[in-house]
Every structure is written in C-alpha cells, then in structure tokens.
Design a binder for this molecule. Structure first.
Ligand SMILES: Cc1cc2nc3c(=O)[nH]c(=O)nc-3n(C[C@H](O)[C@H](O)[C@H](O)COP(=O)(O)OP(=O)(O)OC[C@H]3O[C@@H](n4cnc5c(N)ncnc54)[C@H](O)[C@@H]3O)c2cc1C
Length: 398
C-alpha cells in the first residue's frame, strides 16, 4: 500500500470497513466511472469496526419496503458472490446458510401486528408465512408454544453468512480494481462555498477531493461535524454471546426473535444470541466492552422460556460491539446534505448494515457517477428527513 498519495482524488471514503469498501468496489466495477478512489482507514485489523463484530445475518422481514429491497439485493449479491468478487478465480467462502427468521408473538395483538406487516412484506416480494402454535410446534418441536400466540416465518433466502468473507471479498476486489486504501485517519474537512475542498489526515497529509463519503460507522457523527453537519447517529452497546446446550437441538433453528427482543440462532455446533440492553443509551465510541451480565439478567430466562432445552446452557464466548444507531428512525441516512453538496452519508444502519452494504455501496456509486439513483430510489432515506425532522420509522430493528 502506498505512502505517497496523489494531491487530488475524485472520491475519498472516510472509513474502510463494509461501507467504505463497498462504495469503492461499486465505483471501481463501473465502466462509466473512471475516477480515482481513496479509502482512508486507521485500523487495518478492523478489530473495532462493527463489520467484524456483527452477527452476520440477512432477512427480508423489515417494515419499511426500501429496507426490504436493500436486503433483497444483498441476498442476490450473496448468491452470486463468487462471480462478483473473484480475483484470479478465487474468492472467500461466503458460507451462506438459509434458515429463515422467526418472529414470535406472545398474544393475539402482537400476532395481528406481525400479520399486518406481512401484507406489505408479501407485496414487496418477501417470502413470509404466518404460523399458529400448532404449526410452529410441528416445524420446530423444540419450542414451547404453550404461551405463544404464533409467529411469522421467513423463507430460506433469509439466514446467516460469513460477514468477514463478504467484506474481505469486496475489499480485495476493490484493491484489485485499483482503489487506494491508506492507513490513516481523517481529522478535518475544509469546507468552502458549500463544498468540501480538502480532507486532512492524522499523518499531516491533505488531499483535495471531488466527493467525500462518510463511511465511519459509529464515528459518523464526528465526521459529519467536521463538515459542519449534525447527524443523529450514536454508538449503542450490543453484546453477542455464543453458548452450548447440554441437549443440542436436532432440527432447523431459524433466527428467532422473541417479543422481548431476545434473539438466537444456530452458529455451527453452538447457538448465538443477543438482546437490546436496558437502558439502551449512547456509549463512548471507544467502549467495546462486552456486557456479560446481560446473559443471565436479560437473555437466559427468555431463552429457557421458549426453548426448554436451553435451561442447561454454557456461555462459550462473548464480545462487545456497537450499533451506529440513528435515533430519528433507525434507518440509514444516505446521500448528500444540501448545505455541503459533495459530502455523502452512508450511516445510521442501526444493526442491519452488513446485509445492506452491497446495495448501499452501489447506490452511492450511482449518485456519484450519474447524479441520481438508477436501481433503487433511496431519496426518501436522504438527509432532508434529518434536517426537517420527518422520520421514516423501521419497526423491525433487532
Ligand atoms: C452485535 C452486532 C450485530 C450485528 N448484526 C448484524 C446482522 O446480523 N446483519 C447485518 O446486516 N448487520 C449487522 N450488524 C450491523 C453491521 O455490522 C453494520 O451496520 C455494518 O458493519 C456497518 O459497516 P460500516 O462500514 O458502516 O461501519 P464499521 O464497520 O463500524 O466501519 C467504520 C470504519 O470507519 C473507520 N473510521 C472511524 N473513524 C475514522 C476516521 N476519522 N477516519 C477514517 N476512518 C475512520 C473505523 O476504523 C471503521 O473501520 C451488527 C452489528 C453489531 C454491532
């Protein structure tokens, strides 16, 4: 990787994990774009990026149709992953496992809410089925359905994959295509007459840039502030646990979400789970500690209630992570702010950015190349809803 940088780049991505790499990938794959792309990333281990701390799952069951379309594109991308990212015929193994997601309802009101959402999901092309307790028990005999009113099950295009492979495949191909990744950090943006002119780096270097894309994950608000813009995205702690079960389940285990927000799925020979902490508040961006007490306090009682076999489990490992949580409406903020026209956001994924990475990177590349979205019109998810305070709520945040 070069120490020498050019004086000018057509595009600079601030952050080089999933989103920065995806923007770089799509630009460099597009024959209509012939510019120079620089991706600035301080942490080449990606140890503190959300991208490497995620639970690596993909679903169509969102309540916002745009989120459904973004993830459907992610599903297609995963399906054709090898052809899309191969370098010299090689690509990382994506290991997709189709299991579906299962949203459980404890009472009839909750069941009817899931059913109402399923109407829009089916309209958007998602494969979802409403199941009553007897049908749940038939498909998932390990579930105790005595206190359950039913559930909504997604098809086998929903499931989990190797998130590191997804990111690395995209990054590797972008490098192969000629994108420059530099190990450095953005520390300042010089804005003049409504445009970012110069990107200043921690090393003391500075480059001029045609476009600047904010792909800094949980630190996106700091980067926006450098351009004089406010972004209501804050780091929220999320702890992941992997556990063993003394009596393993001999059946398909979809990614199951209880009404209390506890979720679990199979992870190879173990199970993986997490929950929304209480209280769910902003934390320091450097605080990646696991909240280990959550397992006994919040998660395990819920697991054992729905799956009696989970009354005997052992935590194998846990790790801390953060969501880049959009406090306005839990959806991505994408595109430019009118005040600084060449500064583009790709932030605020609130826990579903890995699966949306391929589609969002492509959308940003279209904006830069053509001045408009060509495949999925993401205008409703733009910054104007932040500046005007008009949320587009996503209810399906896990
Ligand atoms: C516990 C957990 C579970 C999740 N599960 C899922 C899931 O199942 N499915 C799903 O789709 N998504 C999931 N996600 C969300 C997903 O991981 C994120 O939405 C996605 O990885 C965001 O990618 P990103 O590139 O925007 O951010 P990040 O991966 O956080 O990367 C941001 C990068 O910006 C860099 N950076 C920061 N400051 C600067 C600077 N000043 N200059 C240059 N670079 C900078 C950082 O070093 C970092 O590498 C989960 C997240 C967590 C925490």
């Amino acid at each position: 990787m070069p120490d020498e940088l050019k004086a000018h780049y057509d595009v600079v991505c601030v952050g080089g994990a999933m989103m920065g790499s995806s923007v770089a990938y799509w630009l460099s794959e597009n024959p209509d774009f012939d510019g120079q792309v620089l991706v600035v990333e301080p942490d080449w281990t990606y140890e503190s990026a959300q991208t490497t701390r995620a639970q690596n799952s993909i679903r169509a069951q969102f309540t916002n149709p745009l989120n459904i379309r973004l993830s459907q594109f992610g599903m297609d991308f995963i399906e054709h992953f090898h052809q899309s990212v191969a370098v010299d015929g090689e690509s990382p193994e994506i290991n997709f496992r189709g299991t579906g997601y299962l949203f459980l309802a404890d009472d009839d009101d909750e069941f009817e809410r899931l059913r109402a959402e399923s109407v829009d999901q089916l309209d958007a092309g998602a494969d979802v089925t409403m199941l009553r307790p007897a049908q749940l028990a038939e498909r998932f005999p390990y579930l105790d359905v005595s206190q359950v009113a039913g559930g909504r099950l997604g098809g086998l295009r929903e499931g989990s994959f190797d998130g590191w492979a997804l990111f690395q495949g995209i990054r590797r191909r972008a490098v192969h295509n000629g994108v420059t990744f530099v190990r450095d950090a953005v520390v300042g943006l010089d804005v003049d007459a409504g445009r970012v002119r110069t990107v200043r780096l921690a090393s003391g270097r500075a480059v001029e840039s045609g476009w600047v894309v904010n792909t800094a994950g949980c630190r996106a608000r700091d980067i926006a502030a450098m351009a004089g813009l406010d972004l209501p995205v804050e780091p929220r702690a999320r702890t992941s646990f992997v556990f063993d079960c003394r009596r393993p389940i001999d059946a398909l285990v979809p990614l199951t979400i209880t009404p209390a927000g506890v979720h679990f799925r199979r992870e190879q020979h173990h199970y993986m789970c997490g929950a929304v902490p209480d209280p769910d508040v902003a934390v320091d961006a450097a605080d990646l500690d696991a909240r280990d007490a959550e397992f006994e306090d919040l998660i395990w009682p819920v697991l054992a209630r729905y799956v009696p076999q989970f009354d005997e489990v052992r935590v194998v490992t846990s790790w801390g992570g953060q969501y880049d949580f959009n406090t306005l409406d839990h959806n991505v903020v994408i595109g430019s702010a009118d005040e600084v026209e060449n500064f583009l956001f790709a932030n605020g994924f609130s826990g579903h950015g890995l699966q949306q990475g391929p589609a969002v990177g492509r959308a940003i590349a279209e904006l830069i190349t053509y001045g408009e979205y060509r495949t999925i019109d993401l205008t409703p998810l733009g910054y104007h809803r932040i500046s005007t305070g008009t949320p587009i709520i996503e209810h399906g945040v896990i």
